[in-house]
Design a protein around this ligand. Structure first.
Ligand code: HEC
Length: 111
């Protein structure tokens, strides 16, 4: 049977799309900033939706990147889970970035 060029092309295209590294900063702006604010502080246009201040190092004290990644994936309280949009690895990257920005660089590296 002759190969079907269109099917082959589609298969190649979708493979390269899923392999693409997603821009997590853009994802944060699209999916998280509505509640946590564009800078993560919980202020700004999204403040009204009640996202917590992700820059508050006291609030995040004692939390490991893995804990935060769990919250991001499962959701908590008013926050929805993002299991269907994010892989575990992506959630962990976001969590580490949040910890780093909250000034907990050591925890971010350990996680
Ligand atoms: C619908 C509003 C909403 C959206 C969208 C949202 N969050 Fe949250 N988030 C919250 C609220 C409210 C809490 C506090 C939950 C609690 O402890 O009751 C929270 C808590 C957190 C926490 C735990 C730290 C803390 O302050 O307790 C992290 C980390 C977090 N969010 C990250 C994210 C990320 C990353 C995204 C995007 C992928 C996101 N959130 C999207 C509302 C939101």
């Amino acid at each position: 049977m002759a190969p079907r060029p269109l099917a082959l092309l589609l298969a190649l295209l979708s493979a390269s799309l899923s392999a693409e590294v997603r821009d997590l900063k853009a994802f944060f702006q699209q999916r998280c900033a509505s509640c946590h604010g564009p800078d993560g502080s919980g202020r700004g246009p999204g403040g009204a939706l009640g996202g917590s201040n992700l820059l508050d190092s006291r609030r995040l004290a004692g939390q490991e990147a893995a804990d935060l990644a769990g919250i991001i994936l499962q959701g908590r309280g008013a926050m929805p889970g993002f299991r269907r949009q994010l892989s575990q690895e992506e959630a962990l990257k976001l969590a580490k970035d949040i910890l780093r920005r909250a000034g907990k660089g050591r925890a971010a590296q350990a996680g």
